[in-house]
Design a protein around this ligand. Structure first.
Ligand SMILES: [Zn+2]
Length: 179
């Protein structure tokens, strides 16, 4: 599973440091308790626990508590939830795609204006929508030059490309998990 770059990329963001990936490797090999994982990977027990809880928080790992009937000590046997990975990844790609589609609509449905001298013309923005440009009477408040229409077709192209990339990634992940 970790040879899939999309999966690895995602897990890296969850465990926050690629040096922690061996914890996941251990779980995938069915390694049980936090102590066992720490021993196997050479990663500090505290760090192993943190990583395990991060995975748990993201719904990627589950644990089972076992109580030793003699000593009353509890151990936690951890397990990686492989099905969750594809689910979470698709969720993440879906969220990104939704956001980009919203942005795309915004870009496609608006006209944008800028000052030729690159001034900030309204509320920290160098680029404003038509209604704001009209309010400014198409004049830059800084240099009083006319503010001009700016073609955003390159932006639109770029957003469309990004959406396609996420869709492709999502398909690749699905193919990977179906096989
Ligand atoms: Zn200006």
């Amino acid at each position: 599973m970790l040879d899939n770059k999309f999966v690895l990329e995602y897990l890296n963001t969850v465990v926050e440091d690629e040096e922690n990936i061996p914890v996941v490797e251990c779980l995938l090999c069915d390694m049980g308790t936090d102590e066992e994982i720490a021993e196997e990977t050479g990663i500090k027990l505290n760090t192993v626990r943190k990583v395990l809880y991060k995975l748990y928080d993201c719904g990627l790992a589950t644990y089972k508590r076992n109580k030793d009937p003699e000593t009353q000590w509890c151990t936690y046997a951890w397990k990686f939830d492989c099905d969750s990975v594809s689910l979470k990844l698709n969720e993440k790609y879906g969220e990104n795609i939704d956001k980009l589609k919203e942005l795309l609509t915004f870009e496609e449905e608006n006209l944008f204006f800028v000052c030729e001298n690159g001034h900030i013309i309204y509320d920290k923005q160098k680029r404003v929508e038509y209604t704001i440009a009209a309010e400014l009477e198409f004049t830059c408040p800084k240099c009083e030059n006319q503010i001009i229409f700016q073609d955003n077709s390159e932006r639109i192209k770029h957003i469309k490309k990004e959406i396609k990339q996420y869709e492709k990634s999502s398909n690749k992940v699905n193919d990977f998990f179906q096989n």
